[in-house]
Design a protein around this ligand. Structure first.
Ligand code: SF4
Length: 217
């Protein structure tokens, strides 16, 4: 892939990742987009405002599939995918309804998110994801609201209520979607046992990941 040209899709491990947007309602202390200068392992994820359409994404993903099939399509870039909820759902719908040949409808679709979609959109958006998103990984990070605000650094509109809305999102996802993980980044002074207990209480499977690993939402 040409590192100078913005990458709308990029490969990582067995997945094809979709870089929907660079917009994000948080500025997480562990986000690597600035330190890595918007480069993710050789792919330039700086869209410079040129957010891709679902048709463009499907065309590029189809070419990637034809070159080498991937196991899952993952919405995750240097930005929060649910900031473009309609584009996210439309793209997933095209895949799941068999309208994205040669990509098979059975291809697993995953969303990596900071979990603020319900807060940003002012409604419970999880039911809209049912049947379209197979797996969701929510960056919860801690069981402590003050620590959440310190780690995630949400924009002002979501500073006070964001943590509760993320918990609500996880609860809803665990009820409606096939697979829900709550993730935390190692270090950061987080009480990992408390984090895991909260994840389980919300209905999610906890997952602790190393810093500077699979970043993006
Ligand atoms: S890690 Fe993800 S959610 Fe956090 S600021 Fe970076 S892009 Fe946004």
């Amino acid at each position: 892939m040409d590192a100078a040209k913005p990458s709308v899709v990029y490969r990582y491990k067995n997945g094809l990742y979709v870089n929907l947007t660079n917009r994000c309602p948080t500025a997480c202390v562990f986000c690597v987009k600035n330190a890595w200068k918007m480069d993710y392992r050789g792919s330039n994820l700086d869209l410079s405002g040129a957010e891709p359409s679902p048709a463009e994404i499907i065309a590029l993903a189809g070419k990637e599939w034809a070159a080498a099939p991937f196991e899952e399509l993952v919405f995750c870039g240097f930005g929060e995918p649910t900031m473009r909820l309609e584009a996210l759902l439309t793209t997933a719908r095209l895949v799941k309804r068999g309208k994205a040949p040669p990509i098979p409808p059975a291809t697993r679709v995953r969303l990596n998110t900071n979990g603020l979609a319900n807060a940003v959109w002012g409604r419970n958006v999880v039911p809209e994801m049912k049947g379209l998103i197979d797996s969701v990984h929510v960056s919860l990070n801690t069981s402590d609201p003050a620590q959440w605000a310190a780690l995630m650094r949400p924009m002002e509109p979501w500073a006070a209520t964001g943590f509760e809305k993320v918990k609500e999102f996880i609860r809803e996802a665990s009820l409606l979607l096939p697979e829900t993980f709550a993730t935390a980044v190692e270090g950061n002074g987080v009480d990992i046992e408390q984090f895991k207990a909260l994840a389980v209480k919300l209905g999610a499977e906890p997952r602790v990941r190393p810093r500077l690993d699979e970043e993006g939402a």
